[in-house]
Design a protein around this ligand. Structure first.
Ligand code: ADP
Ligand code: ZN
Length: 780
């Protein structure tokens, strides 16, 4: 008799303890660690999804196991999680303070995870979640059904079965069509016409989930042919890209390359100004490891923002590349995951979550723009891709490379201590490209009523460049039209009813939107407070800036890139392609346009307002602003034509802005380290933030103090505990938020204390309490 230890996925009751189940005889030979299962759970024996983490084979008496429940069904034919991933989940737990199941789920494409979306009560009043299958999931099951007896039994048993049987799925490269044939026999002519219309004479029907009799009928009639081909929903990436050959590395690049391939002992910090050829070094390093029969993992901040980057990798490595980013549908994500799992892809390029990609035999992991905050996940499990990369590199004996023009202070400090090895690229690789000239414009002395966002100098420069048929990039790190709507009479600012934050005006939809909870409402004609008809718009955003510019220069073509213009699929790529093809003169956008873009014809970068990020209540505000200014400056003068950068600011004396003008990372690092030291912030101290939320403010406060006490009791005198204090935005989504910040260097009891806090949330009395533990938080 075999038994399995299974981590179950139940939203209301979380625990890291695996549950023990019998493996039924008929499944015995098929069951493996890392597979997903359905198991009966709780008094009602509701089926829940779980993951097998261990199988015990020997010497277990049937007496001891006879009381155990049995696995109801296997959901996989081969394990979806590897031994490495199961190990990784255990290691991750020390960093993330959320349950193991959430770590495991983070490693799987969402199609494979249970999707609990309905809460209902059984006869006894217990609350349960039921899982509802999406159409794509159904397809997933029908796919299996075509392939495996085992899953056919699943279909026959499942409640969803009847629904599934109504569908016939026809898959094409591009589209996934679901055709409903309710009374298949009666409608067969219509069905035939449909198939012919879409697929011509030879019908590549691949997935069928009809009754045997129906299938037989279709085959007999010559309506369908059963084929088993797996077709990817993602585009054949290589088709659109022309191949590219490796460039000969210059001396600096060669030195870095030689170091990286020589040892896996320490991670490498590759520090090089924008355009110094870091990416070319990555490409060489990856080629080196591929030649050794290994694989490579490259992380980029958010790949849908940098199509140029993925193109370079596809151009070099062709179809071996898998791309994983947030712009893919769940089905496409699943297909890329399959491609990697089947070892058809040996280079994975992706955003944060791609760090979990099931590549085996990793030779090198590269994190480009390692300072980017998007590498930290801001929902559970709150992991940092860098920490996961360190673990995976260790498991695979792989090289780890962190690249940046402006390394995070944490990484740079580690390099200074010798924990990382520092490699530097000081020259732009393209010899003709010199660093752009940067000027600061003091906006305090600029008064311009028609165009409040533009200094005279910036307008002149824009006109000058456009007259020479060159292009301009303008950045304003604020989307929307105006920051807020205020009554001139009484000063009333329209706020979100759910959140302590003013609403943002969106002129294209003529609405006021909350950027936190998504609340949308119309623009009031009269002040809701004093009834005066004096509602005015204040502040500025990308939409407003576009409007000003269009009034000043009606003949100029502007493309805007922000969250609002890039909601649709491939919208990023389309905007960037248009700009690259010269269809517009100016690209205006939020920080989205600051990173990784390489347009040789751009000779001017204008920062509309450098102060948007400086005044945030976040100790990293200066670091972020400095880094953003350095990045966006790097977009100018990438080729032969010299670039210029204008930074408009109301704080021209601020060191982050002054040093960004000088493009001097070294001096910024020194200044910022002093500030961090004085205030005991990272990298001198580690930080953990505990956020406590409740819809009742007094309970939120009371619990926050309880938790702060619990932590204090277990830590040494040296730890600094700040708070509880209200969060900078004290209420969102109708919840009140409080926070505790722990700053520490070495605390042996911290992990235990935080796990205790986590356990508190599982108590019945704390059902409505929300506690988030965030180790090394990136956003305050
Ligand atoms: P980074 O990633 O540091 O911004 P890139 O690798 O994108 O730098 O290089 C900047 C530009 O210089 C690119 O157009 C790239 O093709 C070119 N380049 C990089 N390395 C070399 C080299 N060794 N020889 C010639 N051109 C190079
Ligand atoms: Zn809101």
């Amino acid at each position: 008799m075999k038994i399995a230890k299974i981590i179950v996925d139940i939203p209301l009751m979380q625990t890291d303890k695996p549950f023990t189940y019998q493996i039924p005889k008929e499944l015995s030979a098929l069951t493996e660690v890392g597979m997903r299962v359905h198991v009966p759970f709780g008094a009602g024996n509701r089926l829940v999804q779980g993951i097998i983490v261990e199988i015990l084979e020997h010497l277990i008496s049937s007496k001891a196991t006879s009381g155990l429940k049995k696995i109801a069904e296997l959901l996989d034919v081969t394990p979806v999680l590897t031994k490495e991933q199961l190990w990784l989940a255990d290691e991750m737990r020390h960093h993330v303070f959320s349950y193991k199941i959430s770590c495991l789920k983070a490693m799987l494409p969402s199609l494979l995870n249970s999707n609990y979306d309905k809460l209902f009560q059984d006869e006894k009043g217990n609350q349960w979640y039921s899982s509802k299958l999406s159409d794509e999931e159904k397809l997933e099951f029908t796919k299996r059904a075509a392939r495996h007896e085992l899953s056919v039994t699943y279909l026959a048993k499942s409640k969803e079965n009847r629904k599934v049987e109504k569908f016939i799925s026809v898959l094409d490269h591009e589209k996934l069509a679901l055709f409903e044939v309710k009374k298949a026999a009666k409608k067969r002519d219509e069905f035939k016409r449909f198939l012919l219309r879409h697929f011509g004479e030879k019908i590549p029907v691949k997935n069928l989930a009809f009754s045997h009799a129906q299938v037989k009928f279709f085959i007999d009639q010559g309506l369908i042919e059963i084929k088993e081909v797996e077709i990817s929903r993602t585009r054949a990436l290589f088709d659109a890209v022309s191949a590219d050959k490796a460039k000969k590395l210059n001396e600096e690049q060669k030195k870095a390359f030689d170091q990286i391939i020589s040892s896996v002992e320490r991670p490498y910090l590759l520090e090089g100004i924008t355009g110094s050829g870091k990416t070319e070094v990555y490409l060489h390093v990856i080629a080196h490891f591929l030649a050794l029969g290994k694989t490579a993992l490259l992380l980029v901040p958010e790949i849908s923002l940098t199509p140029q980057m993925s193109e370079r990798f596809i151009a070099r490595f062709g179809d071996q590349v898998a791309i994983m980013h947030s712009g893919l549908s769940d089905g496409e994500k699943y297909d890329e995951w399959r491609k990697i799992k089947m070892q058809k892809a040996r280079v994975v390029v992706g955003a944060r979550s791609a760090i979990f990609a099931p590549v085996d035999q990793i030779g090198v992991i590269i994190i480009d723009e390692e300072h980017e905050t998007s590498y930290k996940q801001d929902s559970s499990p709150r992991y940092h891709a860098r920490d996961i990369a360190l673990l995976r590199a260790k498991w695979h004996h792989a090289a780890l490379v962190l690249g940046s023009a402006t390394p995070s202070l944490e990484s740079r400090a580690r390099a200074m201590k010798g924990n990382y090895q520092l490699l530097r690229l000081n020259q732009r690789a393209n010899e003709a490209a010199v660093l752009p000239e940067v000027k600061i414009v003091d906006m305090r002395s600029q008064i311009n009523d028609q165009a409040a966002n533009f200094s005279q100098l910036l307008l002149e420069k824009i006109r000058e460049k456009l007259a020479r048929n060159e292009q301009v990039i303008l950045m304003l790190n604020k989307r929307g039209y105006s920051s807020f709507v205020m009554c001139r009479e009484c000063g009333f600012v329209v706020q979100c009813p759910n959140c302590d934050i003013s609403l943002t005006l969106h002129m294209d939809t003529r609405t006021l939107n909350c950027h936190y909870c998504g609340h949308v409402q119309g623009i009031p004609q009269r002040c809701p407070n004093c009834q005066a008809k004096k509602i005015r718009y204040y502040g500025s955003g990308t939409q407003k800036v576009q409007e000003e510019l269009e009034q000043l220069m009606p003949e100029v073509k502007i493309l805007r890139m922000d969250v609002d213009t890039t909601r649709t699929k491939h919208a990023h790529e389309k905007i960037l392609k248009k700009f690259g093809d010269g269809e517009a003169d100016i690209l205006l956008g939020t920080q989205m346009i600051a990173k990784g873009l390489d347009f040789p014809n751009v000779t001017l970068v204008g920062v509309i307002n450098a102060d948007t990020g400086l005044n945030l209540p976040d100790f990293r505000a200066s670091e972020r602003s400095f880094e953003l200014l350095m990045q966006v400056s790097g977009r100018a003068g990438r080729a032969e034509k010299k670039g210029e950068v204008l930074i408009q600011t109301f704080n021209p004396e601020h060191y982050a802005i002054k040093l960004a003008k000088e493009q001097n990372y070294e001096r910024f690092y020194e200044a910022e380290m002093k500030f961090r030291k004085n205030l005991s912030y990272p990298p001198y101290y580690f930080t953990v933030q505990v956020m406590i939320s409740h819809k009742d403010e007094s309970i939120a406060i009371q619990k926050a103090y309880e938790i702060a006490d619990l932590i204090k009791r277990q830590l040494s005198e040296k730890a600094k505990i700040l708070g509880p204090t209200p969060r900078p935005i004290a209420r969102t989504h109708n919840l009140f938020h409080y926070q505790i910040l722990v700053k520490y260097r070495f605390e042996t009891q911290l992990e235990a204390a935080l796990n205790e806090v986590l356990e508190l949330t599982q108590l019945k009395e704390n059902k409505e309490l929300r506690v988030i533990i965030d180790s090394e938080p990136q956003n305050f």
